[in-house]
Design a protein around this ligand. Structure first.
Ligand SMILES: [Zn+2]
Length: 212
């Protein structure tokens, strides 16, 4: 860009202001870009020529992606509402494995509710609200009405559980592992089995609620 172009003059003025040390970051986007590069460990890009910028562009994207992912994970860890999701975060950056399986939408929708919707399921025009501040009123296990209780311990769902996900409970959980480890599905078979359990359990739950 020519030195006499208006945009160039604005940029140079912002850089000069930044160099004085008196620049207010929120009003100076040049300072913001410089700070961004510094936080990524890529200060050298600030003064780089255009060929170097092109050459290092993939590294910039990779580091930015990694940085944003770490910020997101930290937010989840500090979140009251989404803290349980900490144990579902994929090891690698990118979508969870089950989202790569090209499942029918109605299945991925139910599975994503189990992973992301806290204690709620919206299924067949009925809202299932688990209340983990209270004991489950459907069985006599004297256990909190939580998502963990729903998947692992509620006696009402013992039949469908034994036909569907019991194998995975034994396979993936030990007394110390968080139950969310169950929700990191990697194959279509796992997804189908968990989808079957969720649907059968929710239908039974709705029947019991409506008849009580
Ligand atoms: Zn129960």
């Amino acid at each position: 860009m020519g030195q006499d172009r208006y945009a160039r003059k604005c940029f140079d003025a912002l850089c000069d202001l930044d160099n004085t040390g008196n620049s207010m970051m929120k009003y100076n986007w040049a300072s913001q870009v410089k700070a961004c590069l510094t936080s990524l460990g890529l200060e050298k890009l600030w003064d780089a020529d255009i060929s170097t910028l092109y050459e290092l562009r993939p590294e910039f994207h990779a580091r930015t992606s990694m940085q944003q992912r770490e910020i997101d994970i930290e937010k989840v860890r500090n979140s009251e509402r989404l803290k349980y999701y900490e144990n579902c975060i994929p090891c690698e950056a990118g979508p969870a494995e089950y989202l790569k399986l090209n499942l029918p939408f109605h299945k991925s929708k139910m599975l994503s509710q189990a992973r992301l919707n806290g204690n709620q399921f919206y299924c067949e025009k009925f809202l299932h609200q688990l209340d983990d501040s209270q004991e489950c009123t459907l069985c006599n296990a004297y256990d909190r009405d939580s998502l963990e209780h729903f998947f692992i311990r509620c006696k009402i769902f013992a039949g469908t559980r034994s036909r569907t996900i019991m194998y995975y409970i034994h396979e993936h959980l030990n007394p110390h592992s968080p139950f969310q480890m169950l929700l990191n599905w990697e194959t279509a078979e796992e997804c189908n089995i968990f989808y079957t359990f969720i649907m059968e359990a929710l239908r039974l739950r709705r029947t019991l609620i409506e008849e009580s």
